[in-house]
Design a protein around this ligand. Structure first.
Ligand code: COI
Length: 356
C-alpha cells in the first residue's frame, strides 16, 4: 500500500544528523531534523506543514498546561533491505489515538491526514532511520490544547505535531519489578486505556519510590483491591504459565497495546495457547512457587519485548532465568521482527510500505 504525500516542506538549513551517534541511540535523545504541524481552529484541521524541528512560541495560559488536555502515540518505522520503509500498523495506532482524543474531548484525525503526514515526514527525514539490528525510527504524534484561557473548559484550539527519533532498544537489560499495592496508575472508568499525558505524569512518583527501593519499574495492580495485575511500567505484561501465554484481559484501565495485539496474534498462529484473563498476584506467586511460571515480559512499542528479571511479591523477590533464544518471548519477538523487516510474509497487512 503506498500513497503520494503532498505536504509543504520548509527544509532545515542545518541538519543535525552528523552530530547524532547512531552507534549509541539512547531512547528519545535525538530528534530528527523536521517536524510536522497542523492546527485545529474553527472546527477543522489546517493543512499540515513540515518545518525544521525547533521551539514553539506558545501562551503560558494554554489549556493543556493547566488542565491536561494532551495525548500522544508511539509508533515505529523500519528500513527494509530493499530500501523501502515500513510504518508498522498505522491504522491501529490512529484508531487508538482517536480513542485517546475522544476520551479527552479532543478532535479526531482522519486516516488520510495521518498517513500523508507520516509518509511526508518520513520521506523528508529518511536518512534518520537507523539500520542497525533492533533499531528503528520512533514516531511520536502528539495533540494538545493550545487555546490561551484560564477558565476550566474544553479547548477550542489544538496543535497536532509529529516528531521522529532514531532509537535503539529501550532497555539494555532485563528489568526488576515490584508489585504495587499502594499507589494506583488509573482506575476502571478512568483514562488508563488512553495515551494521555497525565497517565505518565501520575506514575512518576510511585516509579521514583520503586527506583529508590532498587527496582526499575512497577507491576501495576487494580485500583480497588490491588489484587489483579493491570500492566507494567509503560507496557503490557505477559507471563508464560504451563507453556501458555497468560496476559490481563483489556479493560478501561489497561492500554490496548499494539505490540500486545501483534504478539498474541503471532502466538495463536504459532500454536502457542493464549489466555487473556484476570491474573491475581496470588496466582502469580503460587505459579512461581510450583515452577509453572517460567517467563515474564513487558510488551510495548518502545521496548518491543522486555524480559523481566525479578518480581517482588509480598516482600519476596522471585527471579526469572535469562530468556534465551528458545524462550517463548524471544521466539515471538523474532517472528514479529521478521514480519516488520519483510523477511516473512505480512499476512495481516500490518506493514505500510513507503517508497523513498
Ligand atoms: C510505548 O511503548 O508504547 C510507549 O509509548 C512508551 C513511551 C512512553 C516511551
Amino acid at each position: 500500500m503506498t500513497l503520494t504525500a503532498t505536504v509543504p516542506v520548509q527544509k532545515t538549513t542545518h541538519s543535525r544528523i552528523a552530530e547524532t551517534d547512531f552507534n549509541n541511540l539512547e531512547f528519545g535523545k535525538y530528534i530528527s531534523d523536521h517536524m510536522l504541524m497542523a492546527d485545529w481552529a474553527n472546527g477543522k484541521w489546517s493543512e499540515p506543514v513540515i518545518v525544521p524541528f525547533g521551539d514553539l512560541k506558545m501562551s503560558p495560559a494554554m489549556l493543556s498546561l493547566h488542565y491536561g488536555q494532551s495525548i500522544f502515540e508511539g509508533m515505529k518505522a523500519y528500513k527494509k533491505s530493499d530500501g523501502t520503509v515500513n510504518i508498522f500498523r498505522p491504522h491501529k495506532h490512529l484508531d487508538r489515538m482517536n480513542k485517546s482524543l475522544d476520551r479527552m474531548c479532543m478532535p479526531a484525525i482522519s486516516f488520510d491526514m495521518f498517513i500523508q503526514s507520516l509518509q511526508a515526514l518520513i520521506e523528508v527525514d529518511s536518512e534518520w532511520i537507523p539500520t542497525s539490528e533492533g533499531a528503528s525510527l520512533y514516531i511520536r504524534p502528539i495533540v494538545f490544547a493550545s487555546e490561551s484561557r484560564l477558565g476550566v473548559k474544553v479547548s477550542d484550539h489544538y496543535k497536532f505535531i509529529i516528531l521522529t527519533s532514531p532509537v535503539g532498544p529501550y532497555y539494555s537489560k532485563p528489568f526488576r519489578l515490584k508489585v504495587e499495592d499502594h499507589f494506583t496508575r488509573t482506575a476502571e472508568g478512568g483514562t488508563g486505556f488512553a495515551k494521555c499525558a497525565g497517565n505518565y505524569g501520575g506514575a512518576f512518583y510511585p516509579t521514583h519510590v520503586a527506583k529508590q527501593e532498587g527496582f526499575d519499574q512497577i507491576l501495576w495492580t487494580d485500583s480497588k483491591e490491588h489484587k489483579y495485575i493491570d500492566e507494567v511500567g509503560m507496557m503490557n505484561v505477559m507471563f508464560v504459565i504451563n507453556g501458555k501465554i497468560v496476559t490481563p484481559n483489556l479493560n478501561s484501565a489497561i492500554l490496548d497495546g499494539i505490540t500486545r495485539d501483534s504478539l498474541l496474534t503471532i502466538a495463536r498462529e504459532t500454536g502457542i495457547p493464549v489466555e487473556e484473563r484476570r491474573i491475581s498476584i496470588d496466582e502469580l506467586e503460587a505459579a512461581f512457587k510450583n515452577k509453572t511460571l517460567t517467563e515474564a515480559f513487558g510488551a510495548g512499542t518502545a521496548a518491543v519485548v522486555a524480559p523481566i528479571a525479578v518480581i517482588r511479591i509480598h516482600g519476596i523477590d522471585y527471579q526469572f532465568p535469562v530468556a534465551g533464544p528458545s524462550s517463548i518471548q524471544q521466539k515471538l519477538k523474532a517472528k514479529l521482527m521478521d514480519i516488520r523487516m519483510g523477511i516473512t510474509p505480512d499476512t495481516h497487512n500490518w506493514n505500510y510500505i513507503v517508497k523513498i
